[in-house]
Design a protein around this ligand. Sequence first.
Ligand SMILES: [Cu+2]
Length: 435
Amino acid sequence: MRLLLATAAAAALFAAPALAQDPGHDMPMPAQPQPTSDMAGMSGMRSMMSAALGDYAINREASGTSWQPDASPHAGLHLMQGPWMVMVHATIDGVYDWQQGPRGGDKAFVSGMLMAMAKREVGDRGTVQLRAMLSPEPFMGKSGFPELLQTGETANGVTPLVDRQHPHDLFMELSGAYAYRLARQDSLFVYAGLPGEPAFGPPAFMHRLSIMDSPEAPITHHWLDSTHISMGVVTAGYIHRNWKLEVSRFRGREPDQHRFDIEAPKLDSTAARISWNPSANWALQASWADQKSPEQLEPDENIRRWSASAIYTVPFGHGGYWSTTAAWGRRTSAHGDLDGYALESAVRPNLDWTIFARAERVASDELALPPGAHGPAVTVGKVSVGAVRDFSLTPHWSFGVGGLYAINFVPGALRASYGRSEPQGAMGFVRFKLD
Ligand SMILES: [Cu+2]
C-alpha cells in the first residue's frame, strides 16, 4: 500500500495540473493530430507531426528515443491541458518468484512502472516532450530478486549480482526532448535525460510489446538494453521518413546501490544507432556503444558494445496483436567477446488474454564461482513461457492474474553448482494496469 501511495503521489506531482483539473476527461488517441489552419506555405507539416520527434504516428515512439513498429497499439490515459497533451501509463505487479536449486531462492516483490509524458508544439516547427518514468522496485531491497543465470550490476555496492536481478531505480527516466522540423518528413532532435536512455539497443524490455507483460528481466539485459537507466544522457538525431540516425553521450557507469536517488551526471561514453522502419509492421535497428567503466565494482574495465534487433508486430481483432522481437548484443572487454541472443514473442488474441514466451542464449564469464569473478566463458540458455488474464475494472484500469514457467540450460561445468543441468523457475503475479 505504501508503495502504491508513493507511486501515485509521484504521478500526481508530475501530472498534477492536468489530472487535478480534468480528472475524467480522457481523449481518444489522436492517431492523426488535429489539423491546424496557420500553416500556409507548409501545408500538412504540422498536422503530420503527431509524434514527438518526427513526422510519423506516435505509436512508433518507445522508450528513450527508440522506435517500435507503427502498428504497435498505443494505449494510455490521455488528457489535454491547454497546449499540452499528457499521457499516463502504469503497471504495478505483485510477484511471487521461485527459482530452483542451491543458486535459486524465492521472494515476493513489487515491480512495474509509472510513466507520464507531456507534449506540446512550440512555434511553427517545434515540439517539446517531457517524460517521467518511475519504478516501485527500490522497495524490494538491495538484494533484488532471484533469477537464475542473471548477471550485471551490484545491488548492495559490495558484491556483484549473480543469479539475481537488480531492482531498477525509483527514477528510471526524467527527460526532455525538442524536435525541429526542417521539412515535412525531416526533423532534427535533441534529447536529454537524468536519468535517460542513450541511443543503444532495442526499446528497453519493459517497453517491448513482445515481452512487456512478463515480470522477468531478460538474461540478455546486460547485452541489449541495460543502459536504459543512464545517469546523464544527451542525444542528437536526424530523422528522414522512416530512417533515424542518432548519437548519444552518456554516463557509462550503471546506477549504484542507492536506488532512490539521482546520481551526478557525466558524459563519458558514446552510443550511436541507426533505425529503419521499412513498413508499419517492422522496426529495425543497429547500434554501437563505447561504455566507460560500467561496473562499480570493476571501475577499470570499459566495454565496447554492439546490438542489432528486429521487431515485427501485427495488430488483429479488437485490441489484439502479435509482436515478436529478435535481438543480438555483443559485449567486448579485456576478457574477450561475449554474445547474447533473445527471441521473444507475445500474442494478445483479445483484451482478456496475453500469452508470452522468450528464448535466450548468452555467453557469460560471470557465472562461475566465486560469483562475479571473470571465469571462463560458458554458454547458457533459458526458455520461459507465461500468460496473463486481465479483467477490466474501469475503462482505463484493469486487474490481471498471470504466471510463467522457465527452464534454464547450464553446461556441465556449472551443473554441480546449480544442482542439475536444467534448473527451473516460476513466477505467479497479480497486476494493476492503467492504460
Ligand atoms: Cu534494467
